[in-house]
Design a protein around this ligand. Structure first.
Ligand code: 3H9
Length: 678
């Protein structure tokens, strides 16, 4: 074995050269890896004893892509294109041996090899679009030459990888290993040599593209039309499409030029910077300051959930999905039955859509134990309370849980606003109490705010984060404050939105400005969806707010087709004249002068105070880092991922100084952190 450098080595196996990359964690194509590959192929040049080369990776995966942490920094080391050219031009066959994931630049390296062998669990894909990019190392030109333009289009714009079976069927790999991958790849290489098979260069074969520019034009047009909504706001999907079109219309080298120029545009743009920030932010969020990541976690083999309503049922599904049994508690039989029926219906609908076989519905339902007795939670490792937002009720429940549950059980509240320390105070074991704030629909939304109480034990916090990951959530640690991270900032936005409609903007204007910015819906569409009467009571209502008056007039939002908008049977909306009049009357009664309010003011007044609140959250240590706040907003509230989250946007797009100056003009208290930097 010869070490080419610190991450690549070379060994010989009876005429086959085996080049191995060993660069944990994911063998990304860093400068060292590129240099190592260049060095290995240089060492092989002219070595007449070598009849073929096998490229393998050590560790958990084949090359997972370019090294994203190098992006935006001055270039170092061998260029990836040059390395690929040398491999492709090799006078002896080069075989990629793929395990784990061959992603992005990793698959592009494999596509520059003459043959590809993978193991049965391998996944191959070009996920660059998720980073606001396109495959910049020939992927857009080589992939369609193997799998066809239509399939390549789908792969590069979705970023979804292909499994081994499909890859074999599509010709993306030449064989799937049945035994040891490297041994099988070596055997495959020997066979190629023995049979005198050609040095297959993907670039040279256009026979599988599926047509020419003219015959495929309708396919591209239909693809653009059917994905217009999903791609709205994003630059990268269209750039990817253009490159696949170039692969169809142009010779390989010309197509490569299109790929290069489109790649550079994306790479130097703000959207990709934002999406790369989100990639790392998501991984950073899992890290808890001051906690040993290797510390032992508490076992969670069974879960109790209190409340079988929308929230409790959705939360339960997360655990049932991953094989963890759930006992779900309600106070009344009919509510319990209703909750269980909703869970079953959700599963049946998923099965009908083909997400899993019908038998799986029964398997998941079989893990659910409905009960009216809180005592049935005595053996649960984790209990999540998901009842009405009422402090007295929650304290009562936690007091009872304290008496019922076994020592060491984690007691979590799904509260979205309330003081977790006060809830913990109702028990004799506040160290076992933590907030686990799910977002509705809880079986779908990926965000989980894990609220760290003053006395929450580190192990409890770490376990809550780990269990979140286990059920597919992105956990973010928050401190105890009203509304935690997400709802606290949402409150700042809503307060401004409410003022804006009194001062002259129409609800539909506010919603339009925010949806144009990239949110899936605006604040008033959101209120209508949630229901205007959430937390409102007819008895207590004194007509003091616009919301009170809307509810008093029978406007409840989407649920009765009347809210800030009127809804028809298909849920198409038009601004409600009734709501408009209520707003006008309210403004007049309160002596508010209405004026024309421009889109820029709407945007600034909605978003700047939110950023300010985020900065205050950092001032108070309620979030560990600014990027955690971005993760909350992207995954819980529909902040457009291509804008990187509110704190990234403030820092890199809107500008902190500009925001601070505008907030001063609005007469608001500016967070010191906003001025100083996050
Ligand atoms: C590209 O290839 C452009 C090309 O077209 C070439 C143009 C010229 N770079 O996710 P995990 C780190 S663009 C640097 O927790 P998993 C990650 O930050 C790239 N670092 O593990 C984390 O670090 P830490 C296209 C990377 O097992 C650690 O590795 N490729 C990279 O759950 C473990 O990651 C992609 O977009 C990277 N490329 O999942 C693939 N990848 O421990 C991106 C990971 O310090 N990667 N890290 O927090 C993934 O999808 C997942 O990481 C993977 C493993 C599925 C591979």
């Amino acid at each position: 074995m010869t070490a080419i450098n610190n991450v690549v080595d070379l060994r010989h196996d009876n005429g086959i050269a085996v080049v191995t990359i060993d660069s944990p964690p994911v063998n990304a194509l860093s400068a060292d890896v590129r240099d190592g590959l260049a060095g290995a192929f240089a060492a092989l040049a002219g070595d007449a004893s070598v009849t073929a080369v096998v490229l393998t990776c050590a560790g958990r995966t084949f090359i997972a892509g370019a090294d994203i942490s190098e992006f935006g920094k001055p270039p170092r080391g061998a260029s990836l294109h040059a390395v690929q050219d040398v491999m492709e031009a090799s006078p002896v066959p080069v075989v990629a041996a793929i395990h784990g994931t061959a992603l992005g630049g990793g698959l592009e390296v494999a596509l520059a090899c003459h043959y590809r062998v993978c193991d049965a669990r391998a996944k191959l894909g070009l996920p660059e679009v998720k980073l606001g990019l396109l495959p910049g190392a020939g992927g857009t030109q080589r992939l369609p030459r193997i799998v066809g333009a239509a399939k390549a289009l789908e792969m590069v714009t979705s970023g979804t990888p292909m499994g081994a079976k499909d890859a074999l069927a599509a010709g993306l790999v030449d064989a799937v290993a049945t035994g040891d991958l490297t041994a099988d790849a070596i055997a495959f290489a020997r066979q190629v040599v023995a049979e005198g098979r050609p040095l297959k260069k993907v670039r040279d074969d256009s026979s599988r593209l599926g047509g020419d520019a003219a015959s495929l034009a309708p396919m591209f047009a239909a693809f653009r039309a059917s994905h217009a909504r999903a791609f709205k706001g994003f630059d990268a999907p269209e750039a990817n499409i253009k490159c696949i079109e170039a692969a169809v219309a142009l010779p390989f080298e010309e197509g490569m030029k299109v790929e290069r120029s489109e790649f550079v545009k994306l790479m130097t743009g703000l959207q990709s910077a934002a999406q790369r920030h989100v990639f790392f932010a998501e991984r950073q969020a899992a890290k808890i300051d001051g906690l040993d990541p290797k510390a032992e976690l508490l076992p969670v083999k069974s879960v109790g959930i209190i409340g079988a309503g929308t929230m409790g049922g959705g939360i339960a599904m997360n655990f049932l999905n991953v094989g963890i049994p759930v006992t779900i508690v309600e106070t009344k039989q009919d509510a319990l039955d209703r909750g269980v029926a909703v869970i079953r219906r959700n599963y049946e609908n998923s099965a009908k859509k083909g997400r899993f076989p019908m038998a799986e519905v029964e398997a998941r339902m079989g893990r659910l134990t409905p009960t009216l007795a809180l005592e049935d939670l005595k053996d649960a490792d984790l209990v999540i309370e998901a009842v009405f937002e009422n402090m007295d009720i929650k304290k009562q429940i936690f007091g009872r849980l304290d008496a019922i549950t076994k020592p060491g059980a984690i007691l979590a509240s799904n509260t979205s606003y309330l003081n977790v320390d006060e809830i913990a105070g109702a028990t004799s074991r506040p160290e076992s109490v933590v907030g686990m704030h799910f977002f509705s629909p809880a079986n779908v939304m990926r965000l989980l705010e894990v609220v760290r109480g003053a006395k929450t034990a580190p192990q409890v916090l770490a376990t809550a984060m780990a269990i979140g990951k286990n059920i597919g959530k992105i956990g973010v640690v928050a401190g105890v404050c009203h509304g935690f991270i997400g709802n606290r900032m949402l409150g700042a936005r809503q307060a401004q939105a409410n003022k804006l409609i009194l001062e002259g903007a129409r609800p539909a204007d506010v919603d339009r400005v925010l949806t144009d910015f990239g949110f899936p819906m605006g604040p008033f569409q959101m209120s209508d969806l949630a229901g205007l009467d959430i937390g409102w009571s007819a008895d207590a209502s004194k007509g003091e707010t616009v919301r009170d008056r809307l509810c008093e007039a029978g406007l409840r939002g989407q649920k009765n087709g009347k809210g800030f908008y009127d809804y028809d049977a298909e849920r198409n909306r038009t601004p409600s004249p009734v709501a408009e009049q209520i707003i006008l009357d309210y403004a007049a009664e309160n002596g508010i002068n209405r004026r024309e309010i421009g889109d820029e003011e709407i945007l600034e007044r909605c978003l700047y105070p939110m950023v300010n609140e985020g900065a205050k959250i950092l001032d108070e240590g309620m979030a560990q880092r600014a990027s955690d706040i971005d993760i909350v907003w992207i995954n819980g509230y529909g902040w457009p991922v291509y804008r990187g989250g509110p704190m990234f946007w403030a820092e890199h797009d809107a500008g902190r100084d500009k925001i601070a100056a505008a907030l001063e003009r609005m007469g608001m208290d500016v967070s010191p952190r906003l001025r100083a930097g996050f």
